[in-house]
Ligand binder design. Structure first.
Ligand SMILES: Nc1ncnc2c1ncn2[C@@H]1O[C@H](COP(=O)(O)OP(=O)(O)OP(=O)(O)O)[C@@H](O)[C@H]1O
Length: 274
């Protein structure tokens, strides 16, 4: 299987105080597979993904190689990167609300994005988005497109983003804690859509999550980060059944303890056990 993305010797640092955030990371994503990045808060998951998009805040610098289908993104100008974002590299953020411009209805944002990347006309865009939105179980797509972001729930906005990704068909979809801001029911529904997206489109994905139950469901491979370093990586099965690093074992055991607590409090089965 070929690698769609290869990250080599990625270093990320804060140029304002020379603090190194990620010293030296190398990993790859195989075509059509899902790589989960796990680790505690502050371990460098988000800055790593933003580095792939070249979207870290000014002041945060990066070096190394990021090869997307063999093309080194590090060598591209901002103008050329802008053409890649959305079309080839799509990112779904934790909070759907922040991804949309609050001053216009959701449909405007969708139209602008699709016009920029494909040059489609209005009717074509509406038809394609309507289909994609229906496929992620958004019941009234036209009504949703005519609403402002604040009038929609977090779960609906994440589904709109997934629908947009379906239409964009990116080479790789990066999802940064896409369900964290959602209530449990919406989490289930959104994860279900990610699973279907993978099945239907064979989309390559990087999925950041601190929820190991979700990771177990969705990922083929797992990369464990601690304080900016990759401490372990391997197939999901290997990581869950034979974790090598103490830190991975710690993450797994704290997840287990939380599950048991959850079960005691709520009764029934939760995500980790599906
Ligand atoms: N804009 C920034 N300026 C300076 N430091 C930053 C910036 N963004 C992130 N960092 C630092 O980089 C480190 C890694 O942060 P990052 O957000 O990648 O962690 P994370 O693993 O994604 O955590 P979380 O799950 O909380 O999002 C942290 O120490 C953080 O303080």
């Amino acid at each position: 299987m070929t690698n769609i993305l290869e990250v080599k010797n990625l270093k990320i640092w804060d140029s304002r105080n020379d603090r190194v955030i990620v010293p030296n990371s190398s990993f790859y994503v195989k075509q059509g597979s899902c790589l989960a990045i796990v680790g505690e808060s502050g371990s460098g998951k988000s800055v790593t993904c933003k580095a792939i998009m070249k979207l870290n805040k000014a002041g945060i610098r990066q070096s190394g190689d990021i090869l997307l289908r063999g093309e080194n993104l590090m060598e591209l100008s901002e103008q050329r990167m802008r053409k890649k974002r959305g079309k080839q590299l799509c990112m779904i953020l934790q909070n759907g609300m922040r991804a949309f411009d609050p001053s216009c209805v959701v449909g405007v944002h969708l139209k602008e994005t699709l016009m920029e990347h494909f040059g489609w006309g209005r009717d074509e865009i509406i038809a394609k988005m309507k289909n994609a939105m229906e496929s992620v179980m958004l019941k009234d797509p036209i009504e949703v497109m005519n609403k402002y972001p604040h009038q929609l729930s977090g779960g609906t906005l994440q589904r709109v983003m997934i629908a947009l990704a379906i239409v964009l068909e990116p080479d790789i979809l990066i999802a940064d804690e896409p369900t964290t801001a959602l209530d449990t029911l919406s989490q289930f529904e959104v994860i279900e859509q990610f699973l279907q997206l993978r099945e239907r489109m064979g989309c390559s994905m990087i999925f950041i999550s601190h929820d190991l139950g979700i990771v177990k469901l969705i990922a083929d491979e797992v990369l464990v980060m601690k304080e900016g370093e990759i401490v372990e990586n391997g197939t999901t099965q290997a990581i869950f059944s034979e974790p090598q690093h103490t830190y991975t074992r710690y993450l797994l055991s704290s997840k287990l303890a939380m599950n048991q607590h959850f079960k005691r409090v709520m009764g029934g089965v939760n995500v980790a056990e599906r």
